[in-house]
Design a protein around this ligand. Sequence first.
Ligand SMILES: Nc1ncnc2c1ncn2[C@@H]1O[C@H](COP(=O)(O)OP(=O)(O)OP(=O)(O)O)[C@@H](O)[C@H]1O
Ligand SMILES: [Mg+2]
Length: 377
Amino acid sequence: MVSSGTRTESSADRGGGKGFAAAEEGRSGGTERSRSRSSGGCSSAASGGSAAEMAEMGWGRWYGRKELEAATEGFSRGNVIGEGGYGVVYRGVLGDNLVVAVKNLLNNRGQAEKEFKVEVEAIGKVRHKNLVGLVGYCAEGFQRMLVYEYIDNGNLHQWLHGEVGPVSPLTWEIRMKIAIGTAKGIAYLHEGLEPKVVHRDVKSSNILLDKQWNPKVSDFGLAKLLGPGSTFVTTRVMGTFGSFPDVPYNISCSYVAPEYASTGMLNERSDVYSFGVLMMELISGRTPVDYGRPNGEVNLVEWFKGMVANRRSEGVVDPLIETQPSIRSLKRLLVVCLRCTDLDSLNRPKMGQVVHMLEGDEFPYRSVSHYIFLEFN
Ligand SMILES: Nc1ncnc2c1ncn2[C@@H]1O[C@H](COP(=O)(O)OP(=O)(O)OP(=O)(O)O)[C@@H](O)[C@H]1O
Ligand SMILES: [Mg+2]
């Protein structure tokens, strides 16, 4: 059962959380709040960083293991929020009462502390209202932990696929809000940063939600930075996917763009594909792969495209949505789904364009002639 009950106040409720809330438009660089936190005493001795290095960070702080141990009541089971491919996530309360999520990364002996710091610093500076903010990290010996702002209303996967009763609390309007916010967060990673950031693991469990259903994209911190205009093969060595040793083992295969699965090459267009799958999931309430369904319905993308092609578009809407969407609004999201999952990556829109399409500024009825089958009766 998905619970909407909070164990803590939201960042907005905390008053002092305005620094994050104010990041309406994304910006790179520490918020006022995170700057003042970084100057408010740190555990440089414990984490091995010098004051000069910390000053350079300018966005958050380093935490000693002891500090995070205290925050999470000794990494107790009761504080475990969940576990993903990279490690266990704990809820924690820091000394200044800031509620955080501590991701204890799996033992990562291969990664030098310096390399880790460089990566963490790059993502720590990223601030946007639709991205989960990183407030600091811990690197002690082989220990690697990331400290995030705590998002208090679960993740999209839980709300779409958990036990929510006969009517989903996610109305069509809320789903549109989630779609637009998520698109904005990813668009910022792709188009608002230099160098751009490719997420690489866009999926429903990485879309966290607050009490107002604002989506916050998480785990972009585990992406690699791309140089301008380049496509590259990732060098992660944590594990393997298929016959490509460079593709992370825990990549969520069902969201993976076809060209990514077959070549291991990735760029922001593979994120766009994953976003398209995520949108199909959001509309239909179905998981990307569901072996419990009859033949022809196991693979969401296949089933979804078939339904639209057969003019059965209204049949893709989640039966748990009580009030049906308007045809115009449904069409708008369907076009986004189809264009983002185009097998030819070059035909996919950029995320900035997707935001406009979702907001209704740009609705390419005419320009996309092969989608005219979207016409309803
Ligand atoms: N900042 C956060 N605030 C609140 N809950 C969080 C936060 N970050 C992660 N979680 C929760 O912790 C749990 C584990 O997350 P984690 O990212 O480790 O796993 P995942 O998203 O399922 O898989 P992956 O490792 O591929 O991202 C999830 O339930 C997630 O919603
Ligand atoms: Mg995650």
